[in-house]
Write a protein that binds this ligand. Structure first.
Ligand code: SDX
Length: 429
């Protein structure tokens, strides 16, 4: 790794501690603090703001420059020239596929798009008004019941089949969670269609007539999946890695990732952004909401703004904003009021010292909801769409960890509770 060293001196500790410093291909050096335990010390970093939990070669983010690379390729070049399944191949195998590899990969995904017929009965246990993310947490975890006995995570072939099954089945399960909520029959995948086209077919098609999916909408949907594919060690990916470090099967790990993604500070933000724009309702009310976002006594935050890593524009937000303009124009929805509110809100926020000082820029969730709404996706399905796109990132990180050397993740703590004390019987309390 490197011959660099960090020297730590601690009050009350004799001498100093030498810690190895490692350099990656890009990004900050890291200090290996493993030796601290032997000196009776832990590091303390709530929220893991300054903690590298692993080594990875999949995605690199430069928050200051607003750079996002997948296996070295910039996200804007992938969004312009690639598609979701090609990006899946890149994330999983590390290189862009040649024509034969791409044909085999796409063909294999197509052969896994159906789910076991018994899965359909799981849905009947939910209320019709269940949030689709609640359903996805349940049914994706339940996939373990169908494949647990054939997922030997130490077997490379089993790991690869699990990856294909998850990438292929997530759109099917997502569409089923939507169909269940509107009381319509489930649609089987149509493998003559592309990945995003097939998803829209399963979402909006019906058994009584052939689907006629707009190529414009299918391309926009594919780009949404691509832009959400992976994002380094975010909360849900770190959850998948931690679950996987115990040896849990990949379906259970992905279900854990879905649960972590659901939070409004993470993947739930896209749903929250649209609800916020609808609550603002008119550009004349933007100042009121910006004031609330700056008020420490008001829990309201501008959803879709800010990021733990990006202290510049999220490069995905830039692509998403361009896509929103294109999709709305091609659909003839030129005067979408929510887009007008979003653009004005962005302009006001980026001129406001509060946001400038804190380097709060629009993130991936700020514009995605506007495109999803234009495509006809209901707001409650927005985070499900995020989960479908992110599944390849989760499984790529899981695979990278499991196929290398790893230990069970087990953080420590700063304990500030009671010192040891003796039990007091109830009549003595
Ligand atoms: C995603 O990690 C990833 O890569 C995630 C993701 C991915 O692809 O996986 O990129 C996807 O989750 C994008 C983020 C979506 N979430 C939102 O849009 C929700 C709104 N944003 C935030 O809640 C917040 O910005 C976070 C959660 C995204 C980041 O939180 P941090 O890094 O812990 O930052 P912080 O809460 O410490 O905020 C720093 C300051 C604070 O003010 P001070 O206490 O310093 O005065 O900025 C303020 C915060 O109050 N702040 C905001 C704000 N976000 C931060 N103030 C108003 N509105 C906001 N949106």
């Amino acid at each position: 790794m490197s011959d660099k060293k960090a020297t730590l001196t601690v009050d009350g500790l004799d001498g100093s501690i030498e810690l190895p410093v490692y350099s990656g291909t890009l990004g900050p050096n890291v200090v290996d603090v493993g030796a601290l335990t032997g000196k009776g010390l832990f590091t303390y970093d709530p929220g893991f703001v300054s903690t590298a939990a692993c080594e990875s070669q999949i995605t690199y983010i430069d928050g200051e420059q607003g750079v996002l690379l997948h296996r070295g390729y910039p996200i804007d070049q992938l969004a312009e020239n690639s598609d979701y399944l090609e990006t899946c191949y890149l994330l999983l195998y590390g290189e862009l596929p040649n024509a034969a590899q791409q044909e085999h990969f796409v063909g294999t995904v197509k052969r896994h798009t159906m789910v076991h017929e018994q899965i359909s009965t799981f849905f009947n246990g939910f209320r019709r008004d269940a949030h689709p993310m609640a359903i996805m947490c349940g049914v994706v975890g339940a996939l373990s019941a169908f494949y647990h006995d054939s997922t030997d995570i130490s077997d490379e072939n089993h790991r690869e089949v699990a990856a294909f099954r998850l990438i292929a089945k997530m759109p099917t399960l997502a569409a089923m969670s939507y169909k269940f909520s509107v009381g319509q029959p489930f649609m089987y995948p149509d493998n003559s269609m592309g990945y995003a086209e097939n998803f829209l077919h399963m979402m909006f098609g019906n058994p009584c007539e052939p689907s006629n999916i707009s190529p414009v909408l299918a391309k926009a949907m594919d780009r949404i999946f691509l832009l959400h594919a992976d994002h380094e060690q975010n909360a849900s990916t770190s959850t998948v890695r931690l679950a996987g470090s115990s040896g849990a099967n990949p379906f259970a790990c992905i279900a854990a990732g879905i649960a972590a993604l659901w939070g409004p500070s993470h993947g739930g933000a896209n749903e929250a952004v649209l609800e916020m724009l609808e609550e603002i309702g008119d550009v004349s009310r933007i100042d009121e909401f910006v004031s609330r976002a700056k008020d420490k006594d008001d829990p309201f935050r501008l959803m879709g703004f800010g990021h733990r890593v990006y202290k510049n524009f999220d490069p995905r937000a830039k692509v998403m904003k361009e896509a929103a303009d294109e999709v709305l124009a091609e659909l003839g929805i030129d005067n979408e009021p929510l887009l007008a509110i979003a653009k004005r809100l962005e302009q006001i926020a980026l001129e406001d010292p509060y946001f400038i000082e804190r380097k709060l820029y629009p993130n991936v969730d700020f514009y995605s909801g506007i495109i999803l709404k234009a495509i006809g996706i209901p707001t409650s399905m927005f985070t499900v769409i995020f989960a479908v796109g992110r599944t390849v990132g989760w499984i790529a990180h899981w695979h990278e960890m499991i196929s290398g050397s790893y230990r069970i993740g087990r953080p420590r703590q700063l304990y500030t509770g009671y010192p040891q004390r003796d039990y007091v019987s109830i009549d003595g309390r």
